[in-house]
Design a protein around this ligand. Structure first.
Ligand SMILES: C[S@@+](CC[C@H](N)C(=O)[O-])C[C@H]1O[C@@H](n2cnc3c(N)ncnc32)[C@H](O)[C@@H]1O
Length: 281
């Protein structure tokens, strides 16, 4: 993590991993503990006490939900490639069965840190070798042609699930629409998208107000956050896709037996969507 009082936007990825490590049984991520130094752990604790004390469990459930969905689809032979957009330091490749291909896309500086660290841990025997390829890209770039070319080469026409979690909050609506058009052009019928976003009503909760205040104070590149929310209709109206599932923190808490502690106003309730491409555009 960068030195100084403020942290950068991309370093929120450390915080997510630290939260997942706080209940590895719930998150299903037994390797999340590997990430994060003392400074990022301190920042994560500050986030919990100042924004929402349940954010760690929300992150655990988010990971668990997608982990289980991906494993199910792999076991049913419906996907053989996971493409993680803004993958940060998530550890899906190491907690999913071997054989699945993984493509991890994030800002170049994050990808570099992750790739080096993963290679080191594999050499040290802490992690098993997996089929992972990394791509450095900025989703705010003017055009995504370079990303398209790399993805086409690396996926080799495999059936895929595109995962985008913890990212749309940072992007503008225009960039998000462009990104989903990109997904649509790239994917074939039978492919999937897993996505995470807030509903607009979350903006009016006490927890969200504290989040804005906290990020304005702590994040060095706070101006780059769009605080984007998306209605369910955004997913329902994706041409050629069918919305298969919609969950949130409360529904997943029931599924995975997590005791909700705070009132809804004090929880950052993310929504989780699973879409399947059923037709060409
Ligand atoms: C909160 S983290 C979530 C990481 C991971 N998906 C997870 O759930 O653990 C957000 C991630 O999105 C990435 N990100 C944000 N804006 C991006 C952009 N414009 N282009 C590429 N990656 C971006 C960050 O670098 C970071 O890794």
């Amino acid at each position: 993590m960068a030195a100084g009082k403020n942290i950068g936007l991309s370093e929120t990825a450390f915080m997510t991993s630290i939260f997942r490590a706080q209940n590895a049984k719930l998150s299903g991520d037994k390797y999340a503990y590997l990430w994060g130094d003392e400074q990022s752990k301190h920042f994560a604790q500050k986030f919990l006490s100042r924004v929402s004390t349940e954010e760690n469990f929300a992150h655990c459930l988010r990971n668990r939900y997608f982990l289980d969905q991906i494993e199910l689809l792999w076991n049913k032979g419906q996907i053989d490639c996971l493409i993680n957009f803004g993958g940060g330091f998530s550890m899906y490749p190491f907690v999913l069965p071997d054989g699945l291909k993984h493509i991890e896309i994030d800002l170049p500086k994050i990808v570099e840190v992750k790739q080096n660290q993963i290679e080191k841990w594999i050499e040290e025997g802490l992690l098993e070798k997996r089929d992972i390829e990394f791509i450095g890209a900025d989703f705010n770039a003017k055009d995504l042609n370079h990303l398209r070319t790399e993805l086409n080469q690396k996926t080799e026409g495999k059936q895929n699930l595109i995962l985008i979690e913890g990212v749309l909050f940072f992007l503008s609506r225009d960039k998000t629409t462009a990104l989903f058009e990109f997904f649509n052009d790239f994917q074939s019928p039978g492919d999937y998208i897993g996505s995470v976003s807030y509903l607009n009503k979350t903006l009016y909760t006490a927890a969200f107000e504290r989040l804005r205040y906290f990020l304005a104070e702590e994040l060095s590149d706070n101006d780059n956050i769009n605080y984007q929310t998306l209605p369910k209709s955004f997913y329902q109206s994706q041409k050629g896709y069918q919305l298969l599932d919609h969950q949130d923190y409360f529904s997943l808490s029931k599924t995975y037996d997590n005791a909700v502690q705070n009132k809804p106003d004090d929880i950052l309730n993310e929504n989780f969507y699973l879409l399947k491409k059923i037709n060409q555009k």
